[in-house]
Design a protein around this ligand. Structure first.
Ligand SMILES: Nc1nc2c(c(=O)[nH]1)N[C@H]1C(S)=C(S)[C@@H](COP(=O)(O)OP(=O)(O)OC[C@H]3O[C@@H](n4cnc5c(=O)[nH]c(N)nc54)[C@H](O)[C@@H]3O)O[C@H]1N2
Ligand SMILES: Nc1nc2c(c(=O)[nH]1)N[C@H]1C(S)=C(S)[C@@H](COP(=O)(O)OP(=O)(O)OC[C@H]3O[C@@H](n4cnc5c(=O)[nH]c(N)nc54)[C@H](O)[C@@H]3O)O[C@H]1N2
Ligand SMILES: [Mo]
Length: 806
């Protein structure tokens, strides 16, 4: 089969090889002194040691600001004086940095020059300080007044033939107040085009849980972890991505609860943890084992595993009932609260064990042991992350997790339930506020009633559809409230070419990133306040609100003076954009921003769950949104919880596999794209991945030792990685060092976003449309080791080596 070359040169990250690069197995527990040292090093690097400690003391405190690091809820009690973790502290240090990018910086560098620098360089240059407009003649960003910037946006939006020719991206750190105004603006303007970072993240969760239990959110609270017999962790890496969750898991482990990890990689944080906030543990250098059981399936094996666990339960149920014992299933719960149970049983019974075992990557004994652990747990919590959602069968995976919980009545019971572990600190809140390309009719009706408007009924575009629409000139204006769209999205070459076709691209941001350099014909950068900064409006300093992964709403207020006097807050930017674009609107956009209490009052009018929002959110701790399922209210078409199952063969029918057959001569592997310990999504804090033993470099490929040998690779083998999809486009990235690793055979792992050029846009979940960035079919080409090329900023990061623990 012939393969066409991509018309543009693929993004080829430079090899990041330098003197400090090394691979060295990590033998310590997660957390511990390494975590504390890393915090200090990052504060030093961002030049904020003096204000740093004050800033950190305010993280996640009732009177401080919400940590932008992740969405894990915080605990407010005497034991938790510091409610932050190593990676939260890094995120804060990166925002509270005293480094700045000023007009001088942009006068000195063309956009083409900046585009050649690394992502690390761009963000490390410092905070944005004034609004900027791209000048094509000089290829530079030049200062522009706020007023002129909003006029330019208004001019472009007003000139479009249809509002659906614009798309409005949101990254999940945006506050409830900004998100609410943003969706109100976009719907007043006339579109539901809301591509959102959750389209690449937990969309499968929201989509599937809405179908299964009538509401797309998790059902547990932190308290449930105090009562659970067992916690199952499917496909997430809390040691790096939700370090505060390790304290919760540590407590479960300490009181004798069972933690079971299901993850192809042996992740350190899921094995042992030394809590930097537990003085005794730190002084004595002890640690707490986390997972009692660790199962290592092949990438994508989870659907078959969950299917198989249910098949074991069915067989045990038959056996129990035959001898007059109680059913394995919660028959009362199933009869009263659910539909579809019998159909699910029939589908599973019809499926042969051999078909199931062929897909799990576990032995039959392991699968049975896992099912037994689930049966033994009277109260079980099922947690999951990107290892479950970022597959073509992400939605099917989440349906199956819900099936497992429902079959044993593990919902609406203390100490049990479903726990999707969300990423961005307010990604759940943004959805609650209506950032949704598929809005419910109820939401649109409420908006119409409260604001006397006519919200558009036509559903809008998510991330994948937006990229295609830009490529086909159906979307011409792209506006982003935060994030790094050009880098976080799949198929970087195609996506960046699509962005460049736009008439106008606008980025509201705190830090310079690559998306700002992928300009439409015209482009704006609008710098905004960050979480740590005082947000002063007409009625005084304002707080914003966020919703964590367990539906707790609370306030966040910054304490630091703004990095520049020319920054606006996100709600203010949205309001001014709306006022400029919609001069005839009856909504008093800028009046809302004088006091965010007014925005919260409007939110309370639209969403009944938010009644008395201000009165309930000011007392410290805020309030909790009750999950309807916990009250046996199921907002599904049947008004019951629904068992939903897809045949195993259908779920694993891979449209790419026929194409892969054309590569029988090459070994086809499955690659997962994951986060290192020193990054926040596309923001790189450094080049180390401490728990995986990688230092001073990111272009590594984790591979099983026997696969390395079978491929005939030598020690210190370098490879190019090429993905293979049915569209025949050649996608390849160059110069990755193979690292022998504890990962199943045929499964590979490498870091996101360096690997994003490999992920084809067409490879996504057909329902939730999430790019399948955890299952990329790839082949490897051995190449010679790159010559050491060290750029100064990479060296600077790499040389700040890890201090030794005392
Ligand atoms: N410090 C830091 N914190 C973060 C982020 C960050 O980048 N840095 N990002 C934030 C965001 S937006 C998100 S969404 C979360 C992401 O947090 P995670 O969900 O932990 O995301 P990943 O690093 O992508 O890791 C996915 C995990 O899934 C496993 N995995 C991969 N494929 C499979 C599979 O097929 N089956 C199973 N069972 N496991 C699999 C991988 O081995 C890895 O441990 O973290 C949030 N918090
Ligand atoms: N291959 C692959 N691709 C993935 C993933 C993967 O696992 N593998 N994960 C996906 C996931 S889970 C997600 S959530 C997406 C993330 O996608 P995004 O949310 O788009 O990306 P981030 O890297 O989190 O965005 C970082 C930028 O946000 C801006 N920023 C930071 N703080 C603020 C603020 O307070 N206000 C504003 N306005 N801007 C701010 C800064 O300019 C910074 O450069 O990536 C997805 N892409
Ligand atoms: Mo995410």
């Amino acid at each position: 089969m012939s393969r066409k070359e991509n018309d543009t040169t693929p993004v080829q990250p430079k090899p990041r090889l330098n003197n400090a690069s090394r691979i060295e197995a990590y033998t310590q527990p997660a957390g511990g002194w390494g975590a504390l040292f890393s915090v200090v090093r990052n504060l030093k690097q961002q030049q904020i040691l003096s204000k740093g400690s004050i800033t950190l003391l305010n993280i996640n405190q009732p009177t401080g600001f919400d940590c932008p690091g992740c969405a894990w809820p915080e605990k407010h009690d005497a034991e938790h004086l510091f409610n932050f973790c190593e990676n939260g502290a890094k995120a804060v240090a990166f925002e509270a940095t005293s480094k700045q990018v000023t007009a001088d910086f942009f006068a000195a560098h063309t956009v083409s020059w900046l585009a050649e620098q690394s992502d690390y360089f761009l963000e490390d240059s410092g905070r944005l300080t004034q609004p900027l407009r791209y000048d094509a003649a000089t290829d530079q960003y030049l200062p522009i007044s706020w007023e002129a910037a909003f006029d330019l946006i208004a001019q472009h939006l007003q000139a479009l033939e249809h509002p659906d020719q614009a798309a409005f991206y949101t990254s999940g750190r945006t506050s409830n107040e900004a998100a609410f105004l943003y969706q109100l603006f976009v719907r007043s303007y006339g579109s539901n085009n809301f591509p959102d970072c959750s389209n690449m993240c937990h969309e499968a969760t929201s989509y599937a849980l809405t179908q299964s239990i009538g509401h797309g959110k998790g059902t547990v609270t932190l308290e449930d972890f105090e009562h659970a017999d067992a916690v199952f962790s499917f496909g997430h890496n809390p040691g790096t991505n939700h370090p505060r969750m390790l304290s919760t898991l540590r407590a479960v482990s300490k009181r004798g609860g069972t933690i079971i990890a299901i993850n192809p990689l042996k992740e350190r944080g899921l094995e042992r943890f030394q809590d930097p906030q537990a003085p005794l543990e730190m002084m004595s250098n002890r640690s707490t084992p986390i997972s009692k059981y660790y199962f290592q399936p092949c990438i994508g094996g989870d659907y078959a595993i969950l299917f198989g666990m249910l098949k074991h339960l069915i067989e045990w149920d038959h056996a129990a009932v035959a001898v007059g014992k109680a059913s394995v299933f919660d028959r009362d719960f199933i009869a009263q609260q659910t539909v579809g149970f019998e159909a699910m049983l029939a589908e599973i019974e019809r499926t042969q064990w051999s078909a199931i075992h062929a897909r799990t990557g576990l032995s039959a004994t392991q699968l049975q042991a896992l099912a037994q652990l689930y049966l033994d747990a009277d109260r079980a919590i099922l947690c999951w992350g990107m290892g479950i959602t970022q597959h073509r069968h992400g939605t099917a995976n989440v349906h199956m997790l819900a099936n497992l919980a429902l079959a044993r009545g593990q919902i609406a019971r203390q100490g049990a339930g479903l726990c999707p572990v969300r990423g961005h600190s307010n990604v759940q809140g943004d959805r609650t506020m209506g950032i949704n390309e598929h809005p419910s009719t109820n939401l649109l009706d409420q908006l119409d009633r409260v604001f006397d408007m006519q919200a558009p009924r036509q559903h809008g575009l998510g991330v994948v559809a937006t990229i295609n629409a830009m490529a086909e000139d159906r979307v011409k204006v792209f506006i982003a409230l935060g994030g790094n769209f050009a880098v976080a999205t799949p198929d970087s070459v195609y996506t960046q070419a699509a962005l460049r076709r736009c008439q106008l691209t606008v980025h509201v941001a705190t830090k310079l990133n690559r998306s700002h350099l992928v300009c439409g014909r015209e482009a704006l950068i609008l710098p905004c306040l960050g979480r740590t900064e005082v947000d002063l409006q007409t009625h005084g300093p304002q707080a914003i609100s966020v919703e964590d992964s367990m539906s707790n709403i609370h306030l966040s207020a910054g304490r630091n003076p703004p990095t520049s006097s020319d920054l606006l807050s996100e709600p203010d930017i949205v309001a001014r954009m709306a006022a400029a674009t919609l001069p005839n609107s009856t909504i008093q956009w800028r009046w809302y921003v004088e006091s965010y209490d007014r925005i919260r009052d409007a939110i309370a009018e639209v969403f009944p769950d938010f009644h008395d929002f201000n009165a309930r959110v000011y007392p410290s701790g805020g309030f909790h949104l009750t999950h309807p399922a916990n009250q046996y209210r199921w907002n599904t078409p049947s008004a019951k919880a629904q068992f939903i199952i897809a045949p195993l063969e259908e779920v694993y029918a891979d449209p790419e596999s026929q194409f892969a057959d054309a590569f029988v001569a090459s070994k086809v592997y499955t690659l997962m794209t994951i986060r290192s310990h020193d990054q926040y999504n596309t923001t790189l804090y450094g080049l180390d991945d401490r728990y995986r033993g990688v230092y001073g470099q990111r272009q590594v490929l984790f591979m099983h030792a026997e696969d390395i040998q079978a491929a005939g690779f030598t020690a210190q083998q370098w490879v190019d990685i090429e993905s293979i999809y049915s569209d025949g486009v050649k996608r390849i990235i160059h110069g990755f060092l193979i690292v022998p690793y504890n990962i199943p055979r045929s499964s590979l792992a490498a870091y996101y976003p360096e690997t994003n050029p490999l992920v084809a846009l067409l490879s996504h979940d057909p329902h939730a449309k999430i790019p399948a960035s955890k299952s990329v079919p790839v082949i490897l080409h051995p190449v010679a080791a790159p010559t050491a090329q060290t750029s100064s900023e990479e060296n600077a990061v790499a040389q700040t080596g890890e201090p030794l623990a005392p």
